[in-house]
Design a binder for this molecule. Structure first.
Ligand SMILES: Nc1ncnc2c1ncn2[C@@H]1O[C@H](COP(=O)(O)OP(=O)(O)OP(=O)(O)O)[C@@H](O)[C@H]1O
Ligand SMILES: [Zn+2]
Length: 629
């Protein structure tokens, strides 16, 4: 078979290693479909694919393993079936599940040679990052937005982890800009999506991340007024079933609230003042417009069309909420809410129409339903070719990982047509995630007490008396060594409590924080597994040691003393300082772009400095691996 011959030629001795390797692919979406094809075609022996989702019509344009007849079926199962045809000898195993499920514990992760992340959310990425660090399995992390993408190799102790660099927080807009002085279409879209829709049908603006309601001395007065207006709007919810509900809402937000703004003359000295809208005037031109105009999504609606869609979508949403409320009352479910969803036409029609009316009041250009969908959904169209390139780059990095050449792995950034590969960063010693020591612990949760845990930490891991134990998230104190000093009786009671009383269960992470002397140990993360002890006298807790190796928990690196006027405030010896090499590596990550690409690397990509080309060169005759530099 010619393909196999070429593979042998290009992989050399690695060919057989790959045939035996067991790898995990997390996510069978845009990157995942491409990556699965690449992994099968590259000859990886056993590939596990996990995805919690089912196939949607909107996936078909780029997730090429899926066809129309697969809609609503499991992504993982269909991906496996289709990719199997590329090589019937490959062992493919599909899991239609969430990677955060309890059964996918550290032990399960330990069974893989490499894990590939092809996910679409930070939460799952962070979880896999932690599991791979705990299991000491290399992770190849990847992501794309539009024409941009990146690949990062993560290996405990050798390279930076996913959390070593701060991640960009989603952009938010100050409440005063959105509600009092909008000047761009995005402001009015955010207003409709994150203020008007939630105030009428969902949670309040205070709880929406896209709107920043924090006050300072300059805006405190205005925010107070805006809060009063929100309350008035919330009151209107009571008349949701009345015939003139749309008129009441329109009058309140597009007339009264705008009139109030207009009365603040100082506001408009240097800005164009808004115009309050009149329901009667808008209604006059609208009699002949059919509500089905909302289906037109590419062209900007006229004012009468916008008015009709506003009224019609408001009625649709009101009816829906009334039905859901009646249902919830019957079944005792909590009060329902309607949230914005770009694929839900009722909410999208409402946001488009309301945003364009708000724009009309402020003389801002209106937007089509299609454009509003992109902007409100923060959608950057996914590009199939970007996914394909990133998937291929993941495999090229995987070759180096297979050879254990972590020093030669590259962090790769794709910026439109420009690609840059820079050597992987070293771990950030101040990273609260990868600087921890991570250990598995088997606990008989029917038996184990806080005392058992405390004693095991002292006996098996060398802890002294001064340490605390918490559940990671949500934070719950399990043991606090200071308690004994404050209240001996309470401390005794706590020691006798079972860990299960604190809701410790399989999958829980426990964090042990050392407080001993000047040089405490780094934090210890214990990954809990529930295991019944078979013999009666067997210990209720067992620390799992890889190959029976002794577990050493390193001491925290002391921070270098602060520098004042060029003179060290406290004299420090060189041994006291944090590892220099790692420190040098952490100089960047100041401002990251939407893909989380550090600013420095983008600059390089743009200016075409170091490493702006990807070279595929032959890395020695017998090994024949493709090297990316
Ligand atoms: N916790 C998780 N466990 C398993 N799979 C996950 C988890 N979180 C996300 N995924 C999967 O990761 C994949 C990411 O793929 P992609 O970025 O192409 O998103 P998508 O949902 O397919 O597309 P879009 O968001 O553009 O509609 C999805 O198939 C998603 O179901
Ligand atoms: Zn880290």
């Amino acid at each position: 078979m010619p393909r196999e011959r070429f593979q042998r030629q290009s992989l050399g001795v690695m060919y057989n290693t790959m045939k035996e390797a067991r790898v995990l692919l997390v996510g069978a979406g845009g990157i995942g479909c491409e990556l699965l094809k690449d992994l099968v075609k590259s000859g990886f022996g056993e590939i596990h694919i996990i995805d919690l989702d089912t196939i949607d019509l909107s996936n078909l344009n780029r997730q090429f393993l899926f066809r129309h007849e697969h809609i609503k079926k499991s992504k993982a199962l269909v991906a496996k079936e289709v990719a199997q045809k590329f090589d019937p000898r490959a062992k493919l195993i599909a899991h239609h599940a969430n990677i955060k499920d309890e059964q996918y514990n550290v032990e399960w992760f330990s069974g893989f040679k490499i894990v590939f992340n092809a996910l679409d959310n930070i939460d799952a990425r962070r979880h896999v990052n932690r599991m791979c660090l705990a299991a000491d399995v290399p992770l190849i992390e990847s992501g794309t937005t539009g024409f941009n993408g990146n690949v990062q190799v993560i290996k405990k102790g050798k390279t930076a982890c996913y959390d070593c660099k701060p991640k960009q927080i989603p952009k938010s807009f100050p409440v005063c800009t959105v509600r009092s002085t909008p000047s761009q279409p995005i402001h009015t879209i955010v207003w409709a999506k994150s203020y008007l829709l939630p105030e009428l049908f969902g949670v309040s603006e205070d709880q929406v991340a896209e709107v920043d309601s924090s006050t300072d001395s300059e805006n405190a007065e205005e925010i107070k007024k805006l809060k009063e207006e929100s309350q008035q709007l919330r009151k209107l919810r009571e008349s949701m079933s009345s015939d003139d509900f749309a008129q009441q809402v329109f009058d309140q937000v597009f007339r009264k609230d705008v009139e109030r703004l207009l009365s603040m003359e100082d506001y408009w000295k240097n800005k164009k003042a808004p115009t309050p809208l009149s329901y009667e005037i808008f209604a006059t031109g609208a009699e002949t417009v059919d509500a089905s105009i909302s289906k037109t999504d590419q062209r900007i609606w006229t004012i009468p069309e916008t008015f009709v869609v506003f009224k019609d979508s408001l009625t649709r949403l009101s009816k829906r909420l009334a039905e859901e409320r009646a249902q919830a009352e019957k079944t005792g479910l909590p009060e329902p809410v309607i949230e914005f969803d770009k694929d839900d036409d009722d909410t999208l029609d409402f946001v488009t129409a309301a945003a364009n009316l708000w724009s009309a009041a402020f003389a801002i250009e209106p937007k089509s339903k299609f454009d509003t969908k992109q902007m409100a959904g923060n959608i950057i169209p996914a590009i199939a070719t970007t996914n394909a390139m990133i998937a291929a780059l993941c495999v090229l990095q995987a070759y180096k990982v297979m050879k254990g050449e972590f020093g030669r792995t590259r962090e790769i950034f794709l910026q439109k047509a420009n690609m840059v590969g820079d050597s992987s960063d070293l771990p950030n010693p101040e990273c609260t995630v990868c600087s921890r020591t991570m250990v598995r612990v088997q606990i008989d949760l029917d038996k184990a007490t806080v005392k058992d845990l405390v004693e095991t930490l002292k006996k098996d891991l060398g802890y002294n008396t001064e340490f605390n134990v918490n559940i990671d998230a949500p934070q719950v104190i399990i043991y606090d060594y200071m308690e004994a000093e404050d209240d001996e009786e309470a401390a005794e009671t706590r020691l006798g409590m079972k860990l299960s009383e604190f809701e410790v269960k399989a999958g829980t992470s426990l964090i042990v924080q050392d407080d001993e002397g000047d040089e405490p140990r780094v934090d210890l993360q214990l990954f809990v597994e529930n295991k019944k002890s078979e013999e009666r006298d067997a210990p209720a807790l067992k620390i799992i040691r890889k190959d029976d190796a002794k577990i050493e928990i390193p001491r925290k690196a002391r921070k270098p003393a602060p520098v004042t006027n060029g003179i060290d405030a406290i004299e420090t010896s060189t041994e006291d300082q944090a590892p220099a090499a790692a420190g040098n590596k952490r100089k960047r990550a100041l401002e990251d772009d939407a893909t989380g690409t550090p600013a420095k690397k983008i600059q390089q990509a743009k200016s075409g400095q170091k490493g702006d080309a990807i070279e595929l060169d032959d890395d020695g005759e017998d090994e024949g691996a493709i090297v990316l530099d």
